[in-house]
Design a protein around this ligand. Sequence first.
Ligand code: HEC
Length: 330
Amino acid sequence: MAAYHQDFGGPLKDEDTDALLAYIASLRQTDLEKVVVRGSSARGAPLYAKKCASCHGQKGEGHTALSLDNPIFLATASDGYIRYAIEYGRPGTPMVGFGAKLSSGQIADLTAFIRGWSRNVDSSPVGGEDLPTPDQLILNPAGAAPRFSPLREGRYLPAKELHEALKSGARIVVLDARPPSDWIKSHIPGAYPAPYYSDGPELTTLLPRDGTWIVAYCGCPHAASGKVIDKLRAAGFVNTAVMDEGIFEWSRMKLPVTFGMSSFRCCVMVDDCGRASLLLLSQHFLGTRYGRQGVGPADVEGQMGDGLAELLRGHAVLDRPREVMSMTNR
Ligand code: HEC
């Protein structure tokens, strides 16, 4: 989930997130905050390994499902909330309810075990995200126009051709159609945040109308970028394209990505095998204000790009035993 608060470049103000939270709270049927859960973490451990680790990771670091050892999650979720999630699951997701399979005591043991991952974190808000300014919109302003093959369905440009164009110094605009908090996490170098939901005239007044190629991408891989390109085409822009594969495939193809913070704080957790996983605190506050996600070990290089991997290597954290450290690149 991307962040939607204005602090992270999203469209929502404090009052909007408050209103959303109030609405979600109004759907609540049980007051979980007051539920007292008494379980044994020691009894919960083997149960967790057997029933939960395959999705949430051996140590709650997240695997196919989100992390449960997320410090902000543990600092804000009550025992009652955790217990409820285990008992009833999350309908419509792979998280099934365990209420019929486990005894009430076992669920309490699991809750105690998960609670044991709590730890202190420095959760002061992170600043320093550097969104680009409009003068950085056109890449290689003095370069020649890229030569693209005819677009698939008049619309889709292969990632490889975009990469070639950037590499050869062609004049081009690359738009990241996702919420800016996603841009902060990882983006194609030089991409300008142009979130699909913004419908102000800013972008169309800023963009060049001289036939400069404009390529948008997102993660989905076409929905958000498609919206942006439709908007530009409706506003009369020629030479526009959607990057066909989306940014996740782009990073899987090992094409360059970078992240958008000149100053950031993150937690790196290193497991017994020396794999690092990363919690970007700026994205780890609960709710719409900061977004939330479980980042698995393999994602460090894939999602964050070589810059961060470099930084991690620089801090030599990769050969230490499991630990949590807070770091900043300033
Ligand atoms: C098949 C995969 C899978 C298994 C097995 C599984 N979970 Fe989950 N779990 C998920 C997913 C996916 C979610 C997120 C659901 C959502 O979108 O809200 C989740 C959510 C949760 C949450 C809520 C987290 C939050 O941020 O609100 C808790 C707590 C949890 N699981 C605990 C457990 C425990 C304890 C077990 C073992 C008894 C377990 N899960 C087994 C997939 C799994």
